[in-house]
Design a protein around this ligand. Sequence first.
Ligand code: SME
Length: 167
Amino acid sequence: MYFCCTMMSLNNSEILKEVKNILEKSKVDILSGLKKCCSFLKENISHFDWVGFYFADFQNKNLNLKAFSGMPTDHTSIPFGEGICGQVALSNKNFMVPNVKEQDNYIACSINVKSELVVPLFIEGKNVGQIDIDSNKLDPFSKEDELLLEACCDLVSKTYGNSLLRL
Ligand code: SME
């Protein structure tokens, strides 16, 4: 007897709808909402192997990891300017890295990671954090992924606002 199980993948608008639901349901526990959002993205996008949110500590010029899904990392605190994440804290721009081996200013979290995409998160135009995606595939990211992550960051910003600065 055969059991057939077809995994239907969600399109980006379905993913965003669910992210919005997840965030709104967790307004009293923002960290839990962010963590659920990371897990949902990792489970539903096959080339997302690690998903995390870092937020800026402007006094100490550091990014602090507040929520993630995937293997635990030693890099829970990253100085501005260091690695892909630290560069995005200063540039305010998306940073897509198709092959991490080609980057000099890169902080390795795992030998399995081959590529990375970091998208800044803005509150009223100020870069206060970012979503960081690691992939174990080479060159897997597209413009669609960037747009999806920009929209996710926008939802996080609009749902939680300035509370994100006090996590
Ligand atoms: N690779 C990142 C460090 C964070 S880990 O990917 C979780 C960087 O170069 O900033």
